[in-house]
Structure formats: structure tokens, C-alpha cells
Design a protein around this ligand. Structure first.
Ligand code: HEM
Length: 540
């Protein structure tokens, strides 16, 4: 008996040793395969099992952007390869490469290792999902951002922006340095509530403590992502679940989902009530009750589209995730507007030109809000330049769905075509793409006129991609531009901005990145109230 069990143990040990040897051989072959595939490109050579090239980027989060830029510079500012754990990546910058990858419908997949963690903030909506679900959601959301709908939104943007600017001027003392960012958060949330969800506010369920808790929970969810970015091992889901962040994330999720559910319930009640009114009045079409208080039709908000029709294009859970996404994504506009406020303060001549343009458009009578916003050409160039220097989503990524050829790639051994294998992770570092001196002479100089049509002619179209590009571009791009123009117009009419503490010089701004770009120490500006009450024609 003893001999038999010894033989069995021996056999099991042998099998285990063979299995381990085979697994190790497969692992080494797989690693070698990727090292060979990425060998044309520069990057840290030492990549440890499980850790990858993490050791090259580990350091205080407060300097992560600066360290990343230094690392890229060391490798020539074109490409850099790296390993995130056991996953190989290529970091690209050149507009030519960005174009080939973003414009293709073959590389739409967003890698879970990056987008899984950020879904704690954005939800499992359009930004983070993949495959057929993404296609279905995109189809459902697209009409809510249609040009015709934006026309109606423009009135809302303008009205709310006016109230925001006046509110800011009334709460902030003249000449005192203050952080612009906390002021703009409520504006963007309330605006998306009214535009995308058709909810005007003043509702007990959605205001007061519920809303304060929701804002706090979204802020917490955002901090958790930032925490995971600085401790990249927490990007691995199983390790994250063991960390104290996991319980905090569950708590934040609960509060955010509760609030999003309330938004949806409120909308359902509105829709039922509206249908009942229509039946009572015998009207087949929407009547004047469907118009908001400035006379614009309420229909076609995103929630009307998905809840009000007899289709089940999205399940209840999917609608909830999209509500989360659309609220969370407003952070991008809030951050961009905060950078814009600092840029107005830093560039008085640009501020003067922008204000002159706004007042000139104010003086024209009888224009619709959309037409007014469309006439603000200098303000638009100004915003574009802000987004060139400070593209809020400075890095985003994809997984190659199939082999992809990079043409004229600048490799370590000269310029040639290189085939990148399917499965490779790609990160787009648009912060650097927007500073490519071949397309942006003196890249750090702030100059809105770079976006004059004659200066754009001949520039590579993918040299400027703050909203990404191709089939997975930002669905809210036009929405965001109109909303931001409305806010700048209102600010320019109401206050004059000058630099606040720590933001006195553009080259000294301490820019960093967590999920979005931000200024360490705050978006600090000062204001002086202007004596203008001549913009009645903007308010319809
Ligand atoms: C200045 C403001 C904004 C900037 C710079 C911006 C930028 C971007 C970028 C770069 C992406 C691609 C992200 C990736 O591939 O990981 C994106 C996607 C997206 N954005 Fe925006 N965004 C802004 C405002 C908005 C607004 C206001 C909305 C909605 C009202 C919005 C909705 C979305 C959605 C839903 C996606 C996912 C699209 C998809 O994957 O099909 N964005 N945005």
C-alpha cells in the first residue's frame, strides 16, 4: 500500500512538474513573441512578470504627468512601449498613426484593465462598454445629440449660463483669488438634467440632501479612480477587491444608482402624466403643454427617447447606467471651462477680443440663441486653443481588434512599415499630439488664431483630437462646444478675469493628470464685476 501511494505521489509530482515546465515555456514564448513584435519601438527594456514596466513610472502621483513627459522625451517623443502587468502596450503620438487607428472600425474595443476601473465613475454606459452593446447604445443615444435637438438646448445653455455668471459675480468678492472649478460643477449637472433628461429642477426628490449626497458620492468615485491610477496594481480587479477602496466604491455606487433611479422615476412619472393629459384633451400630437417655459418643445431628450417610446432598446439597468454616464461626463466640460477661465485671465488681449465679439453679437437683435452662439467665432477659436493645450481626456486607449500596419513608422532602425499584432493595447497621448511642433509651431504659445480657416488648411486632421475621432468619438462634442461657448459669453459680459494665486504664468501652471487634466492648487482666478446689463436680447 505504502509503495502504491508513494508511486502515485511520485506520478502526481512528475505531472505537476511537466505541467509547470510547459506553462513556463508557453509563458516565455508568449513574452518573447511580444518583445519581438514591439522591438522596433523604443521603451524600457526591463519588464518584470506581473509588474511589467511599472517600476519606471512608480513615484508620487503629484508628478505623474511631468515624469511621463520626461520618460517620453527620453525615448524620442514618437512611441514608447510598456507593459501594464502582463499586457503589452504601445503609446502613440504622431497624427498619422492616430488617424489609422482611430478612424478604423476594427479597433473600437476599450480595454477592461483601463475602462473597468473608470466605470466606477462613468458607469457601464457608452464610454466604457464594448461590442454589440456599445453599437446598440450608440444608436439609441445618437438622436439625443442631433443638430435639431442642439438648437433647442442652446436656449437652455444660454439661460443657465447667464444665471451662473451672475451667481458667480454675486458670491465672489472682487479681487479675491478663488478656485473656479467648484462653481461650475453645479451648472453642468443642472444643465444636463434639463437638456438630456428634461428635468428642470425644483423637485424635492432631486434637490437638497439627495443631490448633495450624489455629488459627494461621484466625487468619491472619482477619487477612487485617481487612487487606482497611482497604485496601478489596484487596476487588477481581484487586488482592488481586497483593498479598502472596494467598500467605499460599493457605498458610492449605491448612492449614485439611487439618485440615477430617482431621475428615471421622475421622468417616467412626467411621461405618464403628459400622455394622460394628451388623452384627456383628445390631442394626438404634442400640444403647448409640451413646451418649456421659454417656448421650446421638451420632446426628444435622451430619457424621453428611451422611456417614452414603446421600444425596449435599453433595459432599465442600461438606462440607469447611461444616466450615470451622462451626468459623470459633464466633468469634462467643467474642467475645460475651468482651464478656459484661467486662460482668459492669463491672456488679457484674447479676453478683450472675445468680449468685444460677444458684445457685438449682443447688439444684433432678433437672433435665435443657436445663431448667436454660432456667430461667436473668436470665442470658439479660443476654446479650441484651450482644448489643444489642455485636452481634458489627455490619454485614452483601445485594443487592436486585428493586425494593424503602421505606415512610415519611425522605428529604432529607420522609417518603415511595422505590423502591430491583434490584441496589443494602444494608448493615445493627445496631450503630446497637440504639441507636435510639425503641426503646432511654438506649441506652448497660446494663440486662438491657429484655428483660423487659413491656418487649419493643410494641417493634419488628426493633429487635433480633443474629442477623439472616428466611430467612437465623443458623442457630446457639439453639445459641449455650445454649452461652453454659452458660459464664456455669459462670463465675458458679466466679469473681467485676472490671474489668481499660483496661476500667474502659463509656463508655471502646475498641470497634472488623474483621470482628467487639472491644475494642482486649483484653477485660481480673480474677478472684477462689469457694469453690463445690455444682453436682454440673449434671453428669449
Ligand atoms: C470639453 C468637453 C468634452 C471633451 C474634451 C470630451 C472628450 C471625449 C473623448 C476624448 C472621448 C473618447 C474617450 C475614449 O475613447 O476613451 C469622449 C467620449 C464620449 N463623450 Fe465626451 N467629451 C466632452 C464632453 C462631453 C459631453 C458634454 C458629453 C455628453 C453630454 C459627452 C459624452 C461622451 C460619450 C457618451 C462618449 C463615449 C462615446 C463612445 O464611446 O461611443 N462628452 N469624449
Amino acid at each position: 500500500m505504502g509503495l502504491v501511494s508513494e508511486a502515485l505521489w511520485g506520478c502526481a509530482a512528475c505531472s505537476l512538474a511537466v505541467w509547470l515546465a510547459l506553462a513556463l515555456a508557453r509563458y516565455v514564448r508568449w513574452r518573447l513573441y511580444w518583445h519581438r513584435a514591439l522591438s522596433p519601438f523604443p521603451g524600457p527594456r526591463v519588464s518584470l512578470p506581473l509588474l511589467g514596466t511599472l517600476l519606471y513610472i512608480v513615484g508620487p502621483m503629484s508628478t505623474v504627468l511631468r515624469r511621463g513627459l520626461r520618460l517620453m522625451e527620453g525615448y524620442g517623443n514618437e512611441y514608447i512601449t510598456f507593459w501594464l502587468g502582463e499586457r503589452p502596450w504601445l503609446h502613440i503620438i504622431r497624427p498619422e498613426d492616430v488617424e489609422g487607428l482611430l478612424s478604423s472600425s476594427k479597433h473600437l474595443h476599450k480595454p477592461d484593465i483601463v475602462y473597468g476601473p473608470v466605470s466606477g465613475f462613468f458607469g457601464r454606459g457608452l464610454i466604457t462598454i464594448n461590442g454589440d452593446a456599445w453599437r446598440r447604445h450608440r444608436r439609441v443615444l445618437t438622436p439625443a445629440f442631433h443638430f435639431a435637438v442642439l438648437e433647442r438646448y442652446s436656449g437652455i445653455f444660454t439661460r443657465r449660463a447667464e444665471a451662473f455668471a451672475k451667481g458667480l459675480a454675486s458670491v465672489e468678492a472682487e479681487g479675491r483669488s478663488f478656485d473656479f472649478m467648484p462653481h461650475i460643477g453645479a451648472f453642468v449637472t443642472d444643465t444636463v438634467m434639463e437638456t438630456a433628461f428634461g428635468l428642470v429642477g425644483g423637485d424635492e426628490d432631486l434637490e437638497g440632501k439627495e443631490k448633495a449626497d450624489f455629488i459627494q458620492a461621484t466625487d468619491r468615485a472619482f477619487q477612487i479612480i485617481a487612487g487606482r491610477v497611482i497604485q496601478p496594481w489596484l487596476m487588477v480587479e481581484s487586488l482592488f477587491r481586497l483593498s479598502p477602496y472596494a467598500a467605499q466604491q460599493r457605498q458610492a455606487d449605491k448612492v449614485i444608482n439611487q439618485y440615477a433611479s430617482r431621475v428615471i422615476d421622475k421622468k417616467r412619472r412626467q411621461i405618464i402624466e403628459r400622455k394622460r393629459n394628451q388623452l384627456d384633451s383628445g390631442a394626438e400630437q404634442e400640444n403647448d403643454d409640451d413646451k418649456d417655459d421659454i417656448g421650446i418643445r421638451k420632446k426628444l431628450t435622451f430619457l424621453d427617447l428611451v422611456l417614452g417610446q414603446d421600444t425596449d432598446a435599453l433595459s432599465d439597468q442600461e438606462v440607469l447606467e447611461e444616466v450615470r454616464t451622462l451626468i459623470a461626463v459633464q466633468q469634462t466640460s467643467a474642467s475645460t471651462l475651468s482651464f478656459a477661465a484661467v486662460c482668459l485671465a492669463l491672456h488679457p488681449e484674447a479676453q478683450r477680443l472675445a468680449r468685444e465679439e460677444v458684445l457685438a453679437v449682443d447688439a444684433v437683435e432678433g437672433l435665435e440663441p443657436l445663431e448667436r452662439l454660432n456667430r461667436l467665432k473668436y470665442v470658439e477659436r479660443f476654446l479650441k486653443e484651450v482644448l489643444r493645450l489642455y485636452p481634458i481626456t489627455a490619454i485614452f486607449s483601445r485594443t487592436l481588434g486585428e493586425d494593424h500596419v503602421l505606415h512610415n513608422a519611425k522605428t529604432k532602425t529607420g522609417t518603415r512599415s511595422v505590423t502591430l499584432p491583434a490584441g496589443l493595447g494602444i494608448t493615445f497621448f493627445v496631450y503630446q499630439t497637440h504639441r507636435d511642433p510639425r503641426h503646432w509651431p511654438e506649441p506652448e504659445r497660446f494663440d486662438p488664431d491657429r484655428f483660423l480657416p487659413e491656418q487649419c488648411a493643410g494641417r493634419h486632421p488628426y493633429a487635433y483630437v480633443p474629442f477623439s475621432a472616428g466611430p467612437r468619438n465623443c458623442i457630446g462634442q457639439r453639445y459641449a462646444m455650445l454649452q461652453m461657448k454659452a458660459v464664456l459669453a455669459a462670463l465675458l459680459r458679466t466679469v473681467e478675469l485676472s490671474p489668481g494665486k499660483g496661476c500667474e504664468r502659463q509656463d508655471k501652471l502646475d498641470i497634472n493628470i488623474n483621470t482628467f487634466l487639472y491644475i494642482k492648487g486649483g484653477f485660481n482666478v480673480r474677478l472684477r464685476k462689469l457694469d453690463t446689463d445690455r444682453h436682454g436680447c440673449w434671453q428669449r
